[in-house]
Design a protein around this ligand. Structure first.
Ligand code: PMV
Length: 344
């Protein structure tokens, strides 16, 4: 069989950071100013199919519509079309890329993380002619999470399932690793609440770089606070100590948004309704005498609430009493990393 006629398919899930990435040390390579820690979640999937193409240029379709090839997508294409490590690998090719998102309508996700890892998983599978691109490329000293990181920083964490750490470092060393797989903490549940709001005002790259440049304590946080938190969070996850992990999750979210407010000029992602959720979760935790729920907000006003299965009903009841203007509410559990298939 002519390997150039094969196709590769890869599916990937989004991830939400428990310890946040909010700043790049190298804007071109997407290396972060601090490590981060996330959970990959089964809210939805990005499915990407890649084939070699005879056209001069790579074509990229998202949900059937042609898309521009951004500098970041080009980085992954260039990497897999200019390899010289193994003469048996077909290179110097362009590709046809078809990607679809089956995220629930307006679930509140930037699909970029799942999109980046599905793209890299499919390209890595096709060029290596392998259904296990992580091991195949590792054996050739290439960590594919590094390539996903170049496409979308947080995307490197979606290569793996369950709880995932992204290491800071340079272009070679800043990679992600799985800490615990998706079956480790079956009771860990996430609720995504999509509020009725307009698209975000400040894209994440712009927001994080403005914070790094103008928030006086952004680098101090990255260097002095986050490293110990990652050690502690890994320890709490290993013991399934939700109470302690929840405090870290909430502090991380609060500090990201405090950093935006301490930038100059300041900028804000949270809305009054976001703050109502924050207050309600703290009240619930206080009434229980321990943290039974935690909130986290990315570059937007929409809350992600983490809890354990035995407290899910109560957390949902509390959220209902807030009478939020909700467009969509979805539940998720930890999901797997990329799944790659090769077919003719
Ligand atoms: O990878 P980006 O550019 O989508 O940035 C992600 C930033 C946050 O979602 C706010 C935090 C994180 O660690 O995912």
């Amino acid at each position: 069989m002519d390997s150039t006629r094969k196709k590769a398919y890869c599916e990937s899930h989004p991830n939400i950071a428990l310890i946040k990435y909010w700043g790049k040390s190298d804007e071109e390579k997407n290396t972060p100013i601090n490590g981060s820690l996330s959970v990959t979640l089964d809210f939805g999937k990005t499915k990407t199919e890649v084939a070699f193409s005879d056209n001069v240029q790579t074509e990229f379709f998202l949900n059937g519509a042609p898309q521009p090839i951004t500098r970041r997508i080009q980085a992954a294409i260039d990497f897999f079309s200019n390899l010289s490590i193994d003469s048996s690998l077909k290179t110097n090719s362009s590709f046809t890329i078809n990607s679809t998102n089956d995220f629930p309508t307006a679930a509140g996700f930037a699909s970029s993380a799942a999109g980046a890892s599905a793209l890299v998983g499919a390209l890595a599978g096709l060029v290596g002619d392998t259904e296990d691109p992580i091991s195949f490329w590792n054996e050739r000293n290439i960590n594919i999470s590094r390539i996903a990181r170049q496409v979308s920083g947080s995307g490197c964490r979606s290569i793996y399932g369950g709880f995932v750490e992204w290491q800071p470092g340079n272009d070679e060393t800043s990679i992600s690793n799985q800490i615990f797989n998706e079956n480790f903490w079956d009771d860990f549940v996430t609720i995504s609440i999509q509020l009725h709001t307009k698209p975000k005002k400040v894209p994440s790259t712009q927001g994080m770089q403005h914070t790094v440049k103008t928030c006086p304590w952004a680098l101090w946080r990255a260097q002095e606070i986050v490293p110990q938190r990652i050690i502690d969070a890994k320890n709490y996850i290993s013991k399934k100590d939700f109470n302690s992990l929840a405090e870290i999750i909430m502090r991380e979210s609060n500090e990201l948004h405090a950093g935006c407010a301490a930038s100059f000029p300041p900028f804000f992602y949270l809305k009054d309704e976001s703050r109502d959720v924050i207050d309600a979760i703290h009240q619930l935790n206080k009434s229980k005498g321990k943290n039974v729920a935690a909130y986290s907000f990315d570059a937007g006003p929409n809350p992600f609430i983490f809890t354990e299965k035995n407290n899910l009903l109560e957390v949902k009841q509390i959220l209902k009493t807030l009478d939020l203007d909700v467009e969509n509410m979805t539940e998720a559990k930890p999901a797997s990393g990329i799944i790659t298939k090769i077919f003719d």
